[in-house]
Write a protein that binds this ligand. Structure first.
Ligand code: HEC
Length: 116
């Protein structure tokens, strides 16, 4: 179900983007990756409830720009481990988060950790 809604969202985004870029603008704007638009939804989908105090999580919070940027190196390290490695996150899940999502978090870092 989740995959389908993500897919629909992507289709909608592509449609909107296609329409927008068919205007006479000469310069294509490549949007930067931001915490609010790109990173927060991924973390919320993969790292809840354990790291979300308002969802009953008791681990270190990853529910805000501040908390995620403060632990970013450790977040990136852990999500790229093999699921059988000690310290792998998301804990207790059989698979890594999608490579495309890991790439989003890396790009966010490369783009300068924009909040919004
Ligand atoms: C099922 C619950 C669960 C989920 C889901 C989960 N974690 Fe954790 N996380 C833990 C536990 C338990 C620890 C403490 C044990 C350890 O350090 O390995 C922890 C520790 C961490 C730490 C070290 C800091 C700390 O809290 O002590 C980081 C960073 C972390 N997790 C990142 C993530 C990220 C990023 C995700 C999502 C991709 C995620 N976790 C998903 C349970 C979870």
């Amino acid at each position: 179900m989740k995959k389908i809604s993500v897919l629909l969202l992507v289709v909608a985004a592509v449609t909107v983007f296609t329409y927008c870029s068919s205007s006479k603008k000469a310069v294509k704007v490549i949007p930067k990756t931001t915490y609010e638009a790109n990173v927060a939804p991924i973390i919320a989908a993969t790292c809840a409830p354990c790291h979300f105090p308002d969802k009953g999580g008791r681990k270190k919070p990853l529910d805000s720009y501040k908390s995620v940027t403060a632990q970013l190196d450790e977040v990136l390290r852990r999500i790229q481990l093999n699921p059988t490695d000690r310290g792998f996150m998301p804990d207790r899940k059989p698979n890594r988060m999608a490579d495309s999502n890991i790439a989003v978090i890396k790009k966010w870092q490369a783009d300068g950790l924009l909040e919004r």
